[in-house]
Design a protein around this ligand. Structure first.
Ligand SMILES: C[S@@+](CC[C@H](N)C(=O)[O-])C[C@H]1O[C@@H](n2cnc3c(N)ncnc32)[C@H](O)[C@@H]1O
Length: 546
């Protein structure tokens, strides 16, 4: 049949009634049957072929060879966006797929095999086949119609003889092993947990447990795909997945975060803001995750871009130490661009967690004085209660005796002997008379009488003044209340690193790095302080000074 003069593929797609028979027939005409892994379901779908116009076949071939995906587009017209959403079928814009494949090629070199765990119309495999001319191309797909389209696209691109389509659920798809590295790449389907059967939810729990990890019943299908990939990947296998970014922060995403830091060997996450429309049918933030099974990188690269062009901009990259990711249950804030420091510098938050000191709720009462004279000695804790105590101390606080003491009673008062308990009771009766227990802070404590000071912080800092913060090495094991921040090293760096860090911070942090309030007061919130650039532990060990 000749192509009608006025017809284009687009007219065909819009004017013609699109049926799955027609699409399946087009796929067969394009050579779908020549690709390995032909299944019964695909056989059934292609039993009754309908005629396909020659021009339609030719134009499809031209477009596929020109790097487009006419079959995928056709499929998207056949099934509405809602229907596809229910099947987790959102096809990846080529610019994103290309970027992922190119970065994978750059980072990991050519793989022996490329696996797309939900292959759709084979956008990833088609491109990967070009960039990796020797790799075996394997697409897994649960839906026979896209499976046929994937075959047709791959056959048209001349990749049929090294391609295989497996019609199966990825979680139990038999993929076997190859000699050499496998690259897992794709866009795992996004289905909410309501659409996941109890049996697969149980699978998630049991299989996660085998890896020593906890899984949530609220996890979406993409979480299952991460787990299945971690299970089947051999050491040295690599992967790049684009998914919704929620897993970075939500509770059910913990399994992916744990897999990323553990068996998957996560190396890098690029977050794409919804404005860039990373998923054409859904306004959600995307995360592109790079991993290499068995890798335990000390540092992970995080980045956030607002446009697809922005994927080319390396200046937004942030290097974050893995301990920091391990310590935090939400990661999105870490993807925001950090400040650039000289080579080898990292954010203070990489080295230390910064915590504001405890709020007592009534310093007059909880700081020791005449009124607390009779209390047992072990409830008094030397504590930094005024910023000027730190400023006066210089770089090292050696002597706790100069500090006032905060009364920190345990929540369980039965630990005291009878005499001590009497003294404590008198003290608390007095507190009640003064309505200390009714104050907002006290009323909201687990036990209103128990201030619960934080552990001594190895470094203390002032954070609100008309001058840069004072950083002080706390050798006196003093506690601190909320007029100071405590810097708690994320690991045992040793004394020279800590004192060099204090030296560096004392001389380098400028007022301009904090937030300035009316009247010239500058304030550093804990998270802002964590973003100060400091030399890495290695440089500090060598004794780098400001
Ligand atoms: C988000 S689409 C991605 C398609 C293609 N890789 C792309 O990026 O353009 C996910 C694909 O996974 C398929 N899928 C859904 N559940 C699946 C499962 N349990 N196992 C394998 N494939 C599945 C869907 O039919 C859909 O084609």
């Amino acid at each position: 049949m000749k192509r009608p003069a006025q017809h284009t593929l687009f007219d065909f797609l819009t004017d013609t009634e699109i049926t799955s028979e027609k699409l399946a027939s087009l796929a067969v005409a394009l050579g779908a049957r020549s690709v390995a892994g032909w299944s019964d379901a695909e056989q059934r779908l292609t039993r009754l072929l309908v005629p396909v116009e020659d021009w339609l076949v030719e134009e499809s071939i031209q477009k596929i060879k020109a790097g487009e995906d006419p079959l995928g587009e056709y499929f998207c017209r056949l099934r509405s966006a809602e229907e596809r959403r229910d099947q987790g079928a959102t096809y990846t814009p080529f610019r994103i797929a290309d970027w992922m494949i190119e970065r994978a090629a750059e980072r990991y070199g050519p793989p022996a095999r490329v696996v797309d765990p939900g292959v759709g119309s084979a956008r990833f495999l088609g491109r990967a086949g070009k960039i990796f001319p020797k790799a075996l191309l394997v697409g897994v797909e649960i839906d026979p119609l896209p499976a046929l389209l994937a075959r047709a696209s791959l056959a048209t691109l001349g990749l049929g003889n090294r391609s295989q389509i497996v019609l199966a659920d990825y979680r139990d798809a038999p993929l076997g092993r190859v000699g050499g590295r496998t690259l897992y790449i794709g866009n795992p389907p996004y289905l909410r947990h309501h659409q996941i059967t109890p049996a697969w939810k149980r699978w998630l729990t049991e299989e996660s447990r085998k890896l020593g990890l906890d899984a949530s019943q609220l996890a979406g299908l993409h979480v299952h795909f991460f787990l299945s990939t971690a299970q089947r990947a051999s050491p040295g296998d690599v992967g790049v997945f684009i998914t919704a970014a929620e897993w970075l922060d939500v509770n059910y995403g913990k399994l992916v975060r744990d897999l990323f830091l553990g068996p998957l060997g996560g190396q890098r996450i690029d977050v794409i803001e919804p404005t860039a429309e990373p998923f054409p049918d859904a306004a959600s933030t995307a995360a592109i995750t790079f991993f290499e099974t068995g890798a335990q990188p000390e540092q992970v690269i995080l980045r956030r871009v607002a446009t697809i062009d922005g994927l080319g901009d390396v200046s937004k990259e942030r290097v974050v130490r893995r301990e920091r990711l391990e310590a935090e249950s939400r990661w999105t804030h870490l993807t925001r661009a950090g400040q650039k420091g000289p080579k080898g510098y990292v954010e203070l938050g990489e080295l230390c967690r910064v915590h504001r000191g405890q709020v007592t709720g009534a310093n007059k009462f909880w700081i020791a004085g005449e009124h607390s004279r009779d209390l047992p000695a072990n409830v008094f804790y030397p504590t930094v209660t005024k910023a000027r105590e730190l400023i006066r101390a210089g770089k090292v606080l050696e002597d706790a005796a100069v500090l006032r003491r905060v009364i920190d009673l345990p929540s369980d008062l039965d630990v005291f002997d009878a005499d001590e308990r009497k003294a404590v009771n008198r003290f608390l009766t007095n507190a009640k008379k003064l309505q200390v227990h009714e104050g907002y802070v006290a009323a909201n404590r687990r036990a209103w009488w128990s201030v619960r000071l934080r552990e001594p912080a190895p470094i203390l800092a002032t954070y609100m003044a008309r001058r840069p913060p004072a950083f002080v090495r706390n050798r006196a094991d003093a506690r601190h209340i909320n007029i100071a921040h405590g810097l708690y090293p994320r690991e045992d760096f040793g004394e020279s690193v800590l004192s060099n860090l204090v030296d560096y911070l004392s001389t380098s942090v400028r007022v301009a790095e904090g937030r300035t309030y009316a009247g010239g007061l500058t304030k550093f919130e804990p998270r802002e302080m964590e973003r100060l650039m400091v030399p890495s532990p290695e440089l500090l060990r060598e004794g780098v000074k400001a």
